[in-house]
Design a protein around this ligand. Structure first.
Ligand code: FRU
Length: 421
């Protein structure tokens, strides 16, 4: 087995120089999203979403069903409060268009954390590995922001005439907690008085080149410097499993860091197309370091092998930005391969703001806050990729998740030009 070449190549960087040139362009600006006629769920707000996948990263299909896992909270809850009550619920579909609610993945009270944040789910030889972030410490009197990377194993899939179910007895274990050396701890971050730390969003990845097994996650690099720019230290973390065991991980140095650029490189994930590694991460306008202005957007980097060096896509890293007149319309983009294209899902976030900031929204009457929050799957975007450039060239329906073998017809609107025009 070949060894991961950690440390052989200098860690890749998203620099202030890259980020200072961030501008929306026609190729990187998403079309406006209108409220859909029907939400995936009337009962729940849905946001970060991921899909049941095989070890090689492809979307899994079990007895004709594909499966989506979403962070969710009661749709009567104010949208800004949803992170405090997040629970992972699953939906299944036979066509990747209509999604049926299955239930919460775990029995109430069983998972670690006072609430669960984003993760990924691997189907490996019939076994399910449900990775998630335990946020907070279980039964806590006041919410804390402790984040640990965990897994549930032992759940079983049942399909019958009534549909698709996840049952069984889960065993939960904590896989990773920041060590203060590779990844910043909550305590270190509090000492610096910077923005709140991150250690979350585990994402399983098998490198097709080496067949080595990895877990990517959102973290921060430890720093020892009072410079306020330096306290913005988001990174894309990675851990390796020596024997390929999906429950046994050892930290490696971060794949890429955004020191002095951005605090939160969220939900990192990789799509390999044409032997190139496309590394994606959604991030927020408000988490850029002082002196920089970015967008709520999907950012991305490309390299010839897993350990880089990565260069920013489109020179700055910008891949999918919300439009200027709807700057918070979508978030938490997740890319996956489809033929020569890369498709990108996200959730429909705040709309109809007419220039209001997200802070302003929190002061609106409750009904107005609820009216302006999508809380459902957004339209899926289609990206063309060529080398270090990407282009949004089309859009599929809300929540449309095609399998690789389902062919897509070329978008019929004028956005399309050949990539090398
Ligand atoms: C992105 C995110 C994730 C986290 C979740 C919490 O939307 O910040 O990083 O797991 O939301 O709700």
């Amino acid at each position: 087995m070949s060894r991961p070449h950690n440390g052989r190549i200098a860690r890749s960087k998203w620099t202030r120089d890259h980020a200072s040139r961030l501008r929306r362009t026609p190729d990187t600006t998403a079309p406006i999203i209108y409220p859909p006629e029907q939400r995936i769920s009337d009962e729940y707000h849905l946001w970060d979403t991921w899909f049941l996948r095989e070890r090689d990263g492809s979307l899994a299909e079990v007895d004709g069903y594909r499966v989506a896992f979403s962070l969710s909270a009661s749709s009567s809850l104010l949208p800004g409060k949803r992170h405090d009550e997040a629970c992972i619920r699953y939906f299944y579909s036979t066509d990747g268009r209509e999604w049926t609610y299955g239930g919460p993945i775990f029995t109430e009270g069983e998972a670690f954390g006072s609430r669960q944040w984003a993760g990924s789910v691997l189907l490996d030889d019939g076994d399910i590995y449900a990775y998630y972030t335990a946020a907070g410490l279980g039964d806590e009197p006041e919410l804390t922001y402790e984040q640990r990377i965990c897994v549930g194993t032992g759940g079983t899939i049942v399909t019958d005439e009534e549909g698709f179910h996840i049952d069984g007895q889960w065993n939960h274990s904590v896989l990773l907690e920041p060590d203060g050396k590779h990844y910043q701890t909550q305590e270190q971050s509090m000492r610096q008085n910077g923005p709140i730390y991150t250690f979350r969003d585990p994402w399983f990845f098998e490198d097709p080149e080496t067949e080595e097994t990895y877990l990517l996650f959102e973290g921060n690099t430890p720093i020892d410097d009072p410079d306020p720019e330096r306290t913005y230290n988001g990174c894309i973390g990675i851990a390796h499993s020596e024997m390929g065991d999906p429950t046994d991980w050892e930290f490696l140095d971060p794949l890429l860091d955004g020191e002095r650029v951005n605090q939160e490189l969220e939900r990192p994930h990789i799509v390999v197309r044409n032997e190139r590694y496309y590394l994606f991460t959604p991030s927020h306008q408000h988490t850029f370091a002082p002196g920089l202005s970015g967008f709520d957007a999907l950012y991305g980097f490309v390299a010839d092998s897993l350990f880089g060096p990565y260069e920013p896509l489109n020179e700055t890293g910008l891949v999918v930005a919300n439009p200027d007149n709807a700057p918070f319309q979508a978030y938490s983009w997740l890319a996956f391969g489809h033929g020569d294209e890369i498709l990108v899902t996200s959730f429909f976030n705040y709309f109809d703001l007419n220039g209001l900031s997200l802070n302003d929204v929190a002061f609106l009457p409750e009904s107005e806050q609820l009216r302006r929050f999508g809380g459902t799957y957004a339209p899926t975007l289609r990206l063309q990729v060529a080398g270090n450039r990407t282009r949004i060239w089309g859009e599929l329906e809300y929540g449309r998740i095609p399998l690789e073998e389902e062919s897509l017809t070329a978008p019929d609107h004028v956005r399309y030009r050949a990539m090398n025009d």
